[in-house]
Design a binder for this molecule. Structure first.
Ligand SMILES: [Zn+2]
Length: 209
């Protein structure tokens, strides 16, 4: 499992993804402490199936409780006066503004387009084995009082085209681009902490998480 900062859905989000080995059903994980995660359940495929509904419900609750706000860069054209050879001229200059973007509407819109409920779309689109890994990681963080939340999980090519900021090509996203296998094969989720009353407090909690 790898953690990357500055991901697409939360400017201070953490991107979790694992690569599942389809032939063995095992998960290769790297560079994240897994000592607090119970790996036995992940290895047991039967147990995964029995608990999948509970896992999906838990993951959805973490998605549902998380505000989807991102900080994006927007180019804006402004007019400025400059003096050239003693004459004042008005020229147009492009500046970059940092603004907050509420992207709550994006997943429901993509789900509707795919003819699914938001839960089936966002959570159900992730690889089942990855969902189990994610569940254990988030449960451990929750138990540690870090209050994790999910801002983004499965995304199809369409959803990727309406994503803002630093992002993968539409079909190449590990969130579930068609090049990666599409629906049911999403191997990424963007994680933040929902702990704190203000956005600044939540950003600090997310850094801690
Ligand atoms: Zn992401």
């Amino acid at each position: 499992m790898r953690a990357l900062y500055g991901s697409v859905c939360g400017s201070f989000g953490m991107l979790l993804f694992a690569q599942a080995d389809i032939t063995t059903g095992s998960i290769r994980t790297t560079s994240v402490e897994t000592s607090s995660i119970d790996m036995t359940a992940i290895d047991s495929v039967d147990e995964c199936r029995a608990t999948q509904i509970c896992i999906d419900r838990y993951l959805w609750s973490l998605y549902d409780r998380t505000r989807k706000i991102d900080t994006i860069r927007v180019p804006e054209q402004i007019k400025v006066s400059v003096k050239r050879k003693g004459k004042t001229k008005i020229v147009t200059k492009t500046i970059t503004k940092i603004v907050d973007e509420d992207f709550t509407w994006k997943d429901p819109k993509a789900a509707e387009r795919a003819g699914m409920s938001p839960e089936d779309y966002v959570i159900g689109g992730m690889d089942p084995t990855f969902r189990v890994t994610l569940y254990h990681a988030l449960r451990a963080l929750d138990d540690a009082g870090l209050m994790p939340g999910i801002t983004c999980a499965f995304r199809d090519d369409y959803r990727q085209t309406i994503a803002s900021g630093l992002k993968a090509q539409s079909d190449r996203s590990y969130h579930g681009g068609s090049f990666r296998g599409g629906y049911g094969h999403g191997l990424a989720a963007d994680i933040v902490s929902v702990k704190g009353e203000t956005r600044a407090e939540r950003l600090a909690s997310s850094a801690q998480l």
